[in-house]
Design a protein. Structure first.
Length: 398
């Protein structure tokens, strides 16, 4: 089983205890902030100098519209605002879900915009004057397949399943089940009756602050098939740039001391739904022939692709069954300026085989997409016409 997903299996037995998820789906730290009891918040988050759970600071659970910083603004709690901003993980640009407060609409509003709306001038000034450390967007694509992911149990899939448990999987999860069995259980719930409607609504609500264009399209789906195909289609829509945001968020999981941004977490429900479709939706056919992929990466990243090594691509991976159709997505932020071609052998049976999405994609490139976290073996490396080519073999789930 792939290391980056092993932790999902014990989701309900471990993360609910560690993150203090209670039966009604509220995080205790959010409940504490909403009632003005910030002592509970600090006991869970720790201190800026010794953070305990930095991955929680920007999390907005399924039944909430605001994050902690926005809630502190609502209380006009200047001390809490200052303390939250001192946490390196705190994203002051986190945007609210669609909604209306007693002072008017707060859809996609940041904490500072909410402070301005409520007339809290001092709170607004504190947030405005806070200098956020520059984030590192040049994230390497390569992750050593022989290593454990440092933050694996707090990855985006896991946080999403915990924060949105009621809509994705309200039942208790058997921790002895395999990854494929767990994902099948989640998909079975989503695929039953009208459960897809609640999932559609939560995906659209969560997407709203991160990618309004995609949110609007998803929210208009009128039936289950339309919802599923839309989830696939918007992934390939260059106008939304969802591909870029999503895969940057997934690659960020490799960072030590995982600190997801507000946008990373807002993409979680969509990301999980897309992954479920790639794993479980029978309308998507698995590809067993060779696929081709083109990327731009750094020299440092390229040097890691050595024959005999195993590695993981943490993001969803687009490829094509025709080499001439493979393309570097123009909006996908490259990690370097060296064009590299990958040739992937998918002949071994694996739940990670790429899926044929061309019937639902915006592109006519014979596209095949690998689920996030697929693992590969580097077979050989060559240079043709000055272009490095890496030959890979997709590995199975064990």
């Amino acid at each position: 089983m792939h290391a980056c997903f092993q932790a999902i299996i014990t989701l309900c037995f471990d993360i609910e205890a560690r993150l203090k998820v209670i039966d009604n789906g509220h995080y205790i730290n959010v409940c504490g902030s909403k009632s003005g009891n910030w002592g509970d918040v600090w006991r869970i988050l720790g201190t800026p100098g010794r953070p305990l759970k930095p991955y929680l600071i920007n999390l907005v659970p399924e039944d909430r519209r605001w994050g902690l910083l926005q809630q502190a603004v609502w209380w006009n709690n200047l001390s809490a605002i200052r303390t939250l901003l001192q946490f390196q993980a705190c994203d002051k640009e986190l945007k609210a879900k669609e909604g209306i407060s007693e002072r008017g609409p707060t859809s996609a509003n940041t904490a500072q915009e909410i402070a301005d709306l409520f007339g809290y001038l001092e709170a607004s000034k504190i947030i405005q004057n806070h200098i956020t450390p520059e984030s590192e967007e040049d994230i390497e694509t390569y992750y050593d397949g022989n290593s454990d992911i440092d933050n694996e149990e707090y990855g985006l899939f896991r946080l999403t399943l915990a924060a949105y448990k009621c809509v994705f999987h309200p039942n208790v999860v058997d921790k002895t089940k395999s990854l494929s069995s767990l994902l099948n259980d989640v998909f079975k719930h989503v695929n039953t009756g009208k459960n897809w409607v609640a999932v559609r609504d939560k995906v659209a609500q969560s997407l709203y602050p991160a990618c309004k264009e995609a949110s609007d399209v998803v929210s208009q789906c009128s039936n289950r098939f339309d919802f599923y195909k839309t989830i696939v289609r918007v992934y390939t829509d260059e106008d939304t740039q969802l591909y870029t945001y999503l895969n940057t968020a997934l690659r960020r999981q490799r960072e030590t001391g995982f600190k997801p941004t507000g946008n990373d977490l807002a993409l979680g429900p969509y990301m999980l739904m897309f992954h479920l479709l790639l794993f479980c939706w029978r309308d998507l056919v698995r590809e067993k022939t060779k696929t081709y992929r083109k990327m731009k990466i750094s020299a440092r990243d390229l040097a890691k692709y050595q024959p005999g090594k195993k590695f993981t691509w943490l993001s969803f991976v687009s490829s094509s069954v025709k080499q001439q159709c493979a393309q570097i997505f123009p909006s996908c932020a490259p990690s370097g300026n060296i064009e590299v071609h990958f040739v992937i052998d998918n002949s071994s049976d694996s739940q990670w085989q790429p899926l044929n999405i061309e019937n639902f994609a915006c592109y006519t490139e014979k596209e095949r997409v690998y689920p996030a976290g697929a693992q590969y073996l580097i077979k050989r490396f060559s240079v043709k016409n000055g272009i490095p080519t890496v030959f890979l073999k997709l590995l199975g789930s064990e």
